[in-house]
Design a protein around this ligand. Structure first.
Ligand code: MG
Length: 272
C-alpha cells in the first residue's frame, strides 16, 4: 500500500517498502512519506486500496540489535535486592525474541517463573558510533512499547541474562513507532503493566536513572548503532519477582504494557 501510495503521488521509494529498509534510507524517504501522508484521503478516494491485516507485526520485525538496560529504575533494583548500578547495566536479547504487539508469549514447558517488564523502547533512526549526549536525540527515530519478558530461573542461573531473556516471543514490540517529534518529552511518560486487567506496574519514565541521551551515548561507545536497533530502557518496580508470593505469568493470562502517548501492546501467555 505504501509503495503504491507513493507511486500514485508521483514519488518512487524504490525497494524501501519494509520497515528496516525505510529506516536505512530515512533521510531520503522521510520528506516523501510526510508529503504522501497528507494526501492519503485523496489517494484512497481515487481508488487506493487498503488490505485487511490479520496480524499486526512488530514495527521492526528483525532489528539488528536489541540492547537492554537492567536496573535502570532505583525502586526496581531495590525490589529485587540489587544495588543501584554506577553505570548502565547493558545486556542483549536475541533478535529472534522480537514479536508483534498482539502476538502470544509462549511459556516454555520448563519455565515456571515467567515475568513481565514494561519498558519504553527507543528506536534508533540514524547510524552512529561514539555519539555524544548532546547529539543523542539526532539518532533517535522514535519510541514504542516493549515487554522485556523474562524467565527468571533461566535468567539468573549462570550470571548471563541473555538466555532467560531471549526465548521466542520474549520481546513484544509496538504497536507502532511514534516518531520523536510527536513526543514532547519521552522522560515524562506514565508507564504501566497490567495482567488480566490488574495493575502491576504504574510508574513514570522520569524515574529512569540513566536517561535516553546517556543510554544512547553509552551504548554507542565503540559500537555502531544502526537504523532499527532497539534500546530497552529498563523497567519500573512491580514485577512478579519483587512480590510475595510472586504472581508469575500463567498460560491464559493477558499481559498489557501501556505507555502514555505511545500506545498499548497486549499479549496472551500460552503454553509453549
Ligand atoms: Mg528489563
Amino acid at each position: 500500500v505504501l509503495a503504491e501510495a507513493c507511486a500514485r503521488a508521483g514519488h518512487d521509494i524504490g525497494d524501501a517498502t519494509d520497515a528496516l529498509s525505510l529506516l536505512q534510507r530515512w533521510d531520503e524517504v522521510e520528506p516523501t512519506l510526510r508529503a504522501v501522508s497528507t494526501r492519503l484521503d485523496e489517494l484512497f478516494a481515487a481508488g487506493l486500496q487498503t488490505h485487511p491485516l490479520d496480524r499486526l507485526a512488530s514495527p521492526i520485525p528483525r532489528p539488528g540489535k536489541v540492547i537492554a538496560i537492567g536496573r535502570n529504575y532505583a525502586e526496581h533494583a531495590r525490589e529485587l535486592g540489587n544495588d543501584v548500578p554506577d553505570e548502565p547495566l547493558v545486556f542483549a536479547k536475541y533478535t529472534t525474541s522480537v514479536t508483534g504487539p498482539f502476538d502470544p508469549i509462549p511459556r516454555p514447558g520448563f519455565v515456571t517463573d515467567l515475568d513481565y517488564e514494561a519498558e519504553l523502547a527507543v528506536v534508533i533512526g540514524r547510524r552512529g558510533m561514539d555519539i555524544t549526549e548532546a547529539s543523542a536525540y539526532d539518532h533517535v527515530l522514535g519510541y514504542c512499547c516493549a515487554n522485556d519478558v523474562s524467565a527468571r530461573t533461566a535468567q539468573m542461573a549462570t550470571g548471563q541474562f541473555v538466555r532467560g531473556k531471549s526465548f521466542d516471543g520474549f520481546c513484544p514490540l509496538g504497536p507502532a513507532i511514534v516518531t520523536r517529534d510527536e513526543v514532547a518529552d519521552a522522560e515524562q511518560l506514565r508507564i504501566m503493566c497490567r495482567v488480566d486487567g490488574e495493575t502491576r506496574q504504574d510508574s513514570s519514565t522520569s524515574l529512569m536513572m540513566f536517561g535516553i541521551a546517556t543510554l544512547v551515548a553509552h551504548c554507542s561507545a565503540a559500537t555502531t548503532l544502526e537504523p532499527g536497533d532497539i534500546i530497552l530502557t529498563g523497567t519500573p518496580p512491580g514485577v512478579a519477582m519483587g512480590r510475595t508470593p510472586p504472581p508469575w505469568l500463567q498460560p491464559g493470562q493477558l499481559c498489557e504494557v501501556e505507555i502514555e502517548g505511545i500506545g498499548r501492546i497486549a499479549n496472551e501467555v500460552v503454553a509453549g
